[in-house]
Design a protein around this ligand. Structure first.
Ligand SMILES: [Zn+2]
Ligand SMILES: [Zn+2]
Length: 368
Protein backbone atom coordinates (compact mmCIF):
# COMPACT_ATOMS: atom_id res chain seq x y z
CA UNK A 1 0.00 0.00 0.00
CA UNK A 2 1.31 3.38 -0.99
CA UNK A 3 2.11 5.68 1.92
CA UNK A 4 0.04 8.80 2.49
CA UNK A 5 2.27 11.71 1.48
CA UNK A 6 2.92 14.81 3.57
CA UNK A 7 2.43 17.02 0.54
CA UNK A 8 0.86 16.68 -2.90
CA UNK A 9 3.28 17.28 -5.75
CA UNK A 10 1.64 19.16 -8.55
CA UNK A 11 1.84 21.21 -11.73
CA UNK A 12 -0.16 24.29 -10.90
CA UNK A 13 -1.64 26.79 -13.33
CA UNK A 14 -0.31 29.89 -11.60
CA UNK A 15 -1.96 32.06 -14.20
CA UNK A 16 -3.74 31.44 -17.49
CA UNK A 17 -2.79 33.18 -20.73
CA UNK A 18 -4.13 36.74 -20.60
CA UNK A 19 -5.05 38.66 -23.73
CA UNK A 20 -5.44 42.39 -23.25
CA UNK A 21 -8.15 43.59 -25.65
CA UNK A 22 -7.00 47.20 -25.54
CA UNK A 23 -3.25 46.79 -26.01
CA UNK A 24 -3.63 43.51 -27.99
CA UNK A 25 -0.84 42.16 -25.84
CA UNK A 26 -0.72 38.54 -24.74
CA UNK A 27 0.79 37.59 -21.38
CA UNK A 28 1.74 33.91 -21.56
CA UNK A 29 0.19 31.54 -19.03
CA UNK A 30 2.34 29.93 -16.40
CA UNK A 31 2.51 26.32 -15.17
CA UNK A 32 4.69 25.74 -12.14
CA UNK A 33 5.82 22.67 -10.28
CA UNK A 34 4.95 23.08 -6.62
CA UNK A 35 3.74 21.37 -3.43
CA UNK A 36 0.28 21.78 -1.96
CA UNK A 37 -1.13 20.51 1.34
CA UNK A 38 -2.91 17.18 1.67
CA UNK A 39 -6.35 18.31 2.87
CA UNK A 40 -8.12 16.90 5.89
CA UNK A 41 -10.41 14.29 4.30
CA UNK A 42 -14.07 14.70 5.24
CA UNK A 43 -16.29 11.62 5.63
CA UNK A 44 -17.08 10.34 2.14
CA UNK A 45 -13.84 11.66 0.68
CA UNK A 46 -10.76 9.78 -0.48
CA UNK A 47 -7.24 10.55 -1.61
CA UNK A 48 -6.39 9.06 -4.99
CA UNK A 49 -2.83 8.43 -6.10
CA UNK A 50 -2.94 9.53 -9.74
CA UNK A 51 -1.97 6.92 -12.37
CA UNK A 52 -2.68 9.19 -15.32
CA UNK A 53 -4.51 12.37 -16.28
CA UNK A 54 -5.60 13.08 -19.86
CA UNK A 55 -5.00 16.43 -21.52
CA UNK A 56 -8.45 17.57 -22.64
CA UNK A 57 -9.42 20.39 -24.98
CA UNK A 58 -11.14 21.94 -21.96
CA UNK A 59 -7.80 22.26 -20.11
CA UNK A 60 -6.35 24.06 -23.12
CA UNK A 61 -9.39 26.35 -23.12
CA UNK A 62 -8.69 27.28 -19.48
CA UNK A 63 -5.00 27.81 -20.10
CA UNK A 64 -4.99 29.54 -23.49
CA UNK A 65 -8.40 30.82 -24.46
CA UNK A 66 -9.72 32.76 -21.47
CA UNK A 67 -12.29 30.16 -20.40
CA UNK A 68 -12.60 30.84 -16.65
CA UNK A 69 -12.24 28.09 -14.05
CA UNK A 70 -14.76 28.06 -11.16
CA UNK A 71 -11.94 28.02 -8.56
CA UNK A 72 -9.69 30.94 -9.35
CA UNK A 73 -5.98 30.36 -10.17
CA UNK A 74 -3.58 29.32 -8.87
CA UNK A 75 -5.06 25.84 -9.21
CA UNK A 76 -4.12 22.52 -10.79
CA UNK A 77 -5.94 21.60 -14.00
CA UNK A 78 -6.85 18.08 -15.15
CA UNK A 79 -10.17 16.23 -14.89
CA UNK A 80 -9.58 13.00 -16.82
CA UNK A 81 -8.11 10.91 -14.02
CA UNK A 82 -7.47 7.28 -13.12
CA UNK A 83 -5.61 6.10 -10.03
CA UNK A 84 -5.61 4.14 -6.79
CA UNK A 85 -7.36 5.11 -3.55
CA UNK A 86 -4.81 5.32 -0.72
CA UNK A 87 -6.65 7.14 2.07
CA UNK A 88 -10.10 8.14 3.34
CA UNK A 89 -13.24 6.02 3.08
CA UNK A 90 -12.18 2.52 4.28
CA UNK A 91 -14.26 0.58 1.77
CA UNK A 92 -12.35 2.17 -1.11
CA UNK A 93 -8.76 1.88 0.09
CA UNK A 94 -6.54 -0.06 -2.31
CA UNK A 95 -9.05 0.02 -5.17
CA UNK A 96 -8.20 1.19 -8.67
CA UNK A 97 -10.65 3.82 -9.84
CA UNK A 98 -11.72 6.20 -12.54
CA UNK A 99 -12.78 9.61 -11.22
CA UNK A 100 -15.79 10.96 -13.16
CA UNK A 101 -14.95 14.34 -14.69
CA UNK A 102 -18.23 15.71 -13.41
CA UNK A 103 -19.51 14.74 -9.95
CA UNK A 104 -23.11 15.79 -9.19
CA UNK A 105 -24.17 17.12 -5.77
CA UNK A 106 -26.83 14.38 -5.39
CA UNK A 107 -29.11 16.81 -3.56
CA UNK A 108 -30.56 19.32 -6.02
CA UNK A 109 -33.66 19.03 -8.18
CA UNK A 110 -31.63 18.20 -11.29
CA UNK A 111 -29.87 15.38 -9.46
CA UNK A 112 -33.16 14.09 -8.09
CA UNK A 113 -34.75 14.04 -11.53
CA UNK A 114 -32.03 12.13 -13.35
CA UNK A 115 -30.29 15.17 -14.82
CA UNK A 116 -27.33 15.17 -12.44
CA UNK A 117 -24.84 15.35 -15.31
CA UNK A 118 -25.85 19.02 -15.57
CA UNK A 119 -26.10 19.61 -11.79
CA UNK A 120 -25.24 23.24 -11.11
CA UNK A 121 -23.41 22.37 -7.89
CA UNK A 122 -21.32 19.66 -9.51
CA UNK A 123 -17.67 19.25 -8.67
CA UNK A 124 -15.03 18.88 -11.33
CA UNK A 125 -11.36 18.25 -10.52
CA UNK A 126 -9.14 20.87 -12.10
CA UNK A 127 -11.98 23.37 -12.13
CA UNK A 128 -14.24 23.42 -9.09
CA UNK A 129 -12.71 21.39 -6.25
CA UNK A 130 -10.59 24.20 -4.93
CA UNK A 131 -6.94 24.07 -5.91
CA UNK A 132 -6.93 20.34 -6.69
CA UNK A 133 -6.70 18.71 -10.13
CA UNK A 134 -5.36 15.70 -11.95
CA UNK A 135 -1.94 16.96 -13.02
CA UNK A 136 -0.64 15.96 -9.60
CA UNK A 137 0.74 13.07 -7.62
CA UNK A 138 -2.54 12.82 -5.69
CA UNK A 139 -6.03 14.29 -5.74
CA UNK A 140 -8.75 14.39 -3.04
CA UNK A 141 -12.26 13.61 -4.32
CA UNK A 142 -15.69 12.47 -3.07
CA UNK A 143 -15.95 8.66 -3.12
CA UNK A 144 -19.65 8.30 -3.94
CA UNK A 145 -19.21 8.52 -7.71
CA UNK A 146 -15.93 6.67 -8.18
CA UNK A 147 -15.93 3.94 -10.80
CA UNK A 148 -14.02 0.87 -9.67
CA UNK A 149 -11.69 -0.78 -12.18
CA UNK A 150 -11.53 -4.58 -12.01
CA UNK A 151 -9.97 -7.14 -14.34
CA UNK A 152 -8.31 -4.63 -16.62
CA UNK A 153 -6.03 -7.27 -18.17
CA UNK A 154 -3.13 -5.73 -20.10
CA UNK A 155 -4.62 -2.24 -20.29
CA UNK A 156 -2.54 0.11 -18.13
CA UNK A 157 -4.53 1.95 -15.46
CA UNK A 158 -3.15 5.26 -16.78
CA UNK A 159 -4.77 4.65 -20.20
CA UNK A 160 -8.16 4.18 -18.56
CA UNK A 161 -8.04 7.86 -17.59
CA UNK A 162 -9.77 8.55 -20.93
CA UNK A 163 -12.87 6.80 -19.61
CA UNK A 164 -13.22 9.71 -17.14
CA UNK A 165 -14.20 12.10 -19.91
CA UNK A 166 -13.45 11.44 -23.60
CA UNK A 167 -15.07 8.01 -23.73
CA UNK A 168 -18.03 8.69 -21.41
CA UNK A 169 -19.27 12.03 -22.79
CA UNK A 170 -20.36 10.21 -26.01
CA UNK A 171 -22.34 7.70 -23.96
CA UNK A 172 -24.40 10.47 -22.38
CA UNK A 173 -24.81 12.00 -25.85
CA UNK A 174 -26.07 8.66 -27.18
CA UNK A 175 -28.56 8.49 -24.29
CA UNK A 176 -29.78 12.02 -25.06
CA UNK A 177 -30.20 10.98 -28.68
CA UNK A 178 -32.11 7.86 -27.63
CA UNK A 179 -29.71 5.96 -29.87
CA UNK A 180 -31.20 2.60 -30.83
CA UNK A 181 -29.84 -0.43 -32.68
CA UNK A 182 -30.43 0.13 -36.38
CA UNK A 183 -30.14 3.92 -36.20
CA UNK A 184 -28.23 5.86 -38.83
CA UNK A 185 -25.68 8.23 -37.36
CA UNK A 186 -23.43 11.07 -38.46
CA UNK A 187 -20.47 12.11 -36.30
CA UNK A 188 -19.06 15.51 -37.21
CA UNK A 189 -15.53 15.74 -35.83
CA UNK A 190 -15.08 11.97 -35.69
CA UNK A 191 -11.30 12.40 -35.60
CA UNK A 192 -11.20 14.41 -32.35
CA UNK A 193 -10.52 13.37 -28.77
CA UNK A 194 -14.22 12.83 -28.04
CA UNK A 195 -15.38 12.26 -31.63
CA UNK A 196 -13.43 9.07 -32.14
CA UNK A 197 -15.25 7.51 -29.18
CA UNK A 198 -18.58 8.89 -30.39
CA UNK A 199 -18.13 6.89 -33.61
CA UNK A 200 -16.97 3.74 -31.83
CA UNK A 201 -19.71 3.97 -29.24
CA UNK A 202 -22.51 4.52 -31.76
CA UNK A 203 -21.28 1.47 -33.63
CA UNK A 204 -20.95 -0.58 -30.43
CA UNK A 205 -24.50 0.39 -29.43
CA UNK A 206 -25.77 -1.08 -32.68
CA UNK A 207 -25.99 1.86 -35.09
CA UNK A 208 -26.60 0.52 -38.58
CA UNK A 209 -24.53 3.20 -40.27
CA UNK A 210 -21.94 5.65 -38.95
CA UNK A 211 -20.84 8.43 -41.29
CA UNK A 212 -17.81 10.34 -40.00
CA UNK A 213 -17.03 13.88 -41.10
CA UNK A 214 -13.74 15.67 -40.38
CA UNK A 215 -10.69 17.15 -42.07
CA UNK A 216 -7.66 15.04 -41.17
CA UNK A 217 -7.09 12.39 -43.85
CA UNK A 218 -4.98 10.07 -41.74
CA UNK A 219 -7.37 10.18 -38.81
CA UNK A 220 -10.38 9.67 -41.09
CA UNK A 221 -8.75 6.49 -42.38
CA UNK A 222 -8.27 5.36 -38.79
CA UNK A 223 -11.94 6.13 -38.07
CA UNK A 224 -12.92 3.66 -40.80
CA UNK A 225 -11.23 0.91 -38.77
CA UNK A 226 -12.95 2.01 -35.56
CA UNK A 227 -16.66 2.55 -35.95
CA UNK A 228 -17.14 4.56 -39.14
CA UNK A 229 -18.68 2.93 -42.21
CA UNK A 230 -18.19 5.95 -44.44
CA UNK A 231 -16.18 9.15 -44.09
CA UNK A 232 -16.35 12.56 -45.71
CA UNK A 233 -13.31 14.82 -45.73
CA UNK A 234 -14.71 18.32 -45.27
CA UNK A 235 -11.46 20.17 -46.00
CA UNK A 236 -12.18 23.26 -48.12
CA UNK A 237 -15.85 22.31 -48.47
CA UNK A 238 -18.82 24.35 -47.32
CA UNK A 239 -21.89 22.82 -45.72
CA UNK A 240 -23.64 22.53 -49.09
CA UNK A 241 -20.79 20.58 -50.67
CA UNK A 242 -20.59 18.22 -47.68
CA UNK A 243 -24.36 17.74 -47.81
CA UNK A 244 -24.16 16.86 -51.49
CA UNK A 245 -21.51 14.23 -50.77
CA UNK A 246 -23.61 12.89 -47.91
CA UNK A 247 -26.71 12.54 -50.15
CA UNK A 248 -24.58 10.72 -52.72
CA UNK A 249 -23.42 8.22 -50.07
CA UNK A 250 -27.04 7.68 -49.00
CA UNK A 251 -28.16 7.14 -52.59
CA UNK A 252 -25.35 4.77 -53.53
CA UNK A 253 -25.84 2.64 -50.45
CA UNK A 254 -29.61 2.60 -50.22
CA UNK A 255 -29.65 4.60 -47.00
CA UNK A 256 -32.70 6.67 -46.05
CA UNK A 257 -32.90 10.47 -46.26
CA UNK A 258 -34.77 10.69 -43.00
CA UNK A 259 -34.25 10.02 -39.29
CA UNK A 260 -30.50 10.57 -39.08
CA UNK A 261 -29.03 11.25 -35.67
CA UNK A 262 -26.27 13.80 -36.04
CA UNK A 263 -23.64 14.30 -33.35
CA UNK A 264 -21.69 17.58 -33.62
CA UNK A 265 -18.62 17.10 -31.48
CA UNK A 266 -16.33 19.99 -32.48
CA UNK A 267 -18.16 23.15 -31.38
CA UNK A 268 -16.67 24.91 -34.42
CA UNK A 269 -18.89 27.12 -36.57
CA UNK A 270 -18.28 25.41 -39.96
CA UNK A 271 -19.05 22.04 -38.36
CA UNK A 272 -22.23 23.39 -36.77
CA UNK A 273 -23.29 24.69 -40.18
CA UNK A 274 -22.73 21.24 -41.67
CA UNK A 275 -24.76 19.69 -38.86
CA UNK A 276 -27.72 22.03 -39.37
CA UNK A 277 -27.62 21.52 -43.13
CA UNK A 278 -27.69 17.74 -42.72
CA UNK A 279 -30.52 17.81 -40.19
CA UNK A 280 -33.58 16.50 -42.01
CA UNK A 281 -37.01 14.97 -41.50
CA UNK A 282 -37.51 13.49 -38.00
CA UNK A 283 -33.77 13.92 -37.46
CA UNK A 284 -31.97 14.78 -34.27
CA UNK A 285 -28.96 17.02 -33.87
CA UNK A 286 -27.05 16.43 -30.65
CA UNK A 287 -24.68 19.22 -29.73
CA UNK A 288 -21.72 17.59 -27.97
CA UNK A 289 -19.03 20.19 -28.73
CA UNK A 290 -18.84 23.63 -27.13
CA UNK A 291 -18.11 26.83 -29.03
CA UNK A 292 -19.07 30.49 -28.84
CA UNK A 293 -19.91 31.04 -32.52
CA UNK A 294 -23.36 32.18 -33.60
CA UNK A 295 -24.89 30.29 -36.49
CA UNK A 296 -27.85 31.40 -38.56
CA UNK A 297 -30.66 28.87 -39.01
CA UNK A 298 -34.27 29.06 -40.10
CA UNK A 299 -35.65 27.58 -36.91
CA UNK A 300 -39.01 26.97 -38.57
CA UNK A 301 -37.35 24.07 -40.35
CA UNK A 302 -37.49 22.17 -37.08
CA UNK A 303 -41.27 22.41 -37.25
CA UNK A 304 -41.42 21.43 -40.88
CA UNK A 305 -38.99 18.56 -40.34
CA UNK A 306 -40.45 17.45 -37.00
CA UNK A 307 -36.81 17.52 -35.96
CA UNK A 308 -34.92 18.18 -32.73
CA UNK A 309 -31.78 20.00 -31.61
CA UNK A 310 -30.49 18.72 -28.26
CA UNK A 311 -27.61 19.80 -26.05
CA UNK A 312 -25.68 17.35 -23.88
CA UNK A 313 -23.19 17.87 -21.07
CA UNK A 314 -20.78 15.45 -19.41
CA UNK A 315 -21.91 12.02 -18.31
CA UNK A 316 -23.80 10.68 -15.30
CA UNK A 317 -21.43 8.74 -13.01
CA UNK A 318 -23.86 5.80 -13.06
CA UNK A 319 -23.05 5.22 -16.73
CA UNK A 320 -19.29 4.94 -16.15
CA UNK A 321 -19.25 1.20 -15.32
CA UNK A 322 -21.13 0.51 -18.58
CA UNK A 323 -18.57 2.40 -20.66
CA UNK A 324 -15.67 0.88 -18.73
CA UNK A 325 -17.07 -2.58 -19.50
CA UNK A 326 -17.27 -1.73 -23.20
CA UNK A 327 -13.61 -0.69 -23.08
CA UNK A 328 -12.45 -3.72 -21.12
CA UNK A 329 -14.30 -6.19 -23.35
CA UNK A 330 -12.91 -4.58 -26.49
CA UNK A 331 -16.11 -3.10 -27.92
CA UNK A 332 -14.46 0.30 -27.60
CA UNK A 333 -10.76 0.50 -28.42
CA UNK A 334 -8.71 2.98 -26.43
CA UNK A 335 -5.21 1.57 -26.97
CA UNK A 336 -4.97 2.94 -30.53
CA UNK A 337 -6.02 6.36 -29.29
CA UNK A 338 -3.87 6.95 -26.20
CA UNK A 339 -0.29 7.98 -25.69
CA UNK A 340 1.35 8.53 -22.30
CA UNK A 341 4.01 11.08 -21.46
CA UNK A 342 5.69 12.10 -18.21
CA UNK A 343 3.81 14.84 -16.37
CA UNK A 344 6.94 17.00 -16.36
CA UNK A 345 6.35 17.53 -20.11
CA UNK A 346 3.10 19.36 -19.30
CA UNK A 347 4.11 22.80 -20.62
CA UNK A 348 5.46 21.43 -23.92
CA UNK A 349 2.55 19.01 -24.25
CA UNK A 350 -0.01 21.79 -23.72
CA UNK A 351 1.76 23.98 -26.29
CA UNK A 352 1.94 21.16 -28.81
CA UNK A 353 -1.68 20.05 -28.34
CA UNK A 354 -2.86 23.65 -28.56
CA UNK A 355 -1.03 24.14 -31.85
CA UNK A 356 -2.07 20.91 -33.60
CA UNK A 357 -4.63 18.44 -32.22
CA UNK A 358 -2.57 15.30 -31.50
CA UNK A 359 -3.13 11.93 -33.26
CA UNK A 360 -3.70 10.31 -29.87
CA UNK A 361 -5.09 11.51 -26.54
CA UNK A 362 -2.10 12.43 -24.38
CA UNK A 363 -2.26 11.07 -20.84
CA UNK A 364 0.31 12.53 -18.45
CA UNK A 365 1.73 10.18 -15.83
CA UNK A 366 3.21 11.53 -12.57
CA UNK A 367 7.04 11.69 -12.53
CA UNK A 368 7.62 13.94 -9.53
ZN1 LIG B 1 -12.51 17.16 -20.69
ZN1 LIG C 1 -27.12 18.41 -7.97
Amino acid sequence: MAAIPNKIQTWQMVQPTVFNKETKETTPGKLERTEIPVPELAPGEVLVEVAGCGVCHTDLGYFYDGVPTVSKPPLTLGHEISGTVIAGDDTWIGKEVIIPAVMPCRKCILCKTGRGNRCLNQKMPGNSIGIYGGFSSHVPVPSIDLCEVKDRGDIPLSHLAVVADAATTPYQAAKRADLQPGDNVVVIGITGGVGQYMGQLASALGAKTVVGIARNKEKLERALKFGADFVINSTDKDAKAVSKEFRAICKENGLPNTGWKIFEVTGAKPAQEIALTLLGFVGKLIVVGFGMAKVEYAIGRLMAFDAEVIGTWGCLPEYYPIVLDMVLNGRINIEEFVETRPMSSIADTFAEAHKVPPMKRIVLTPDF
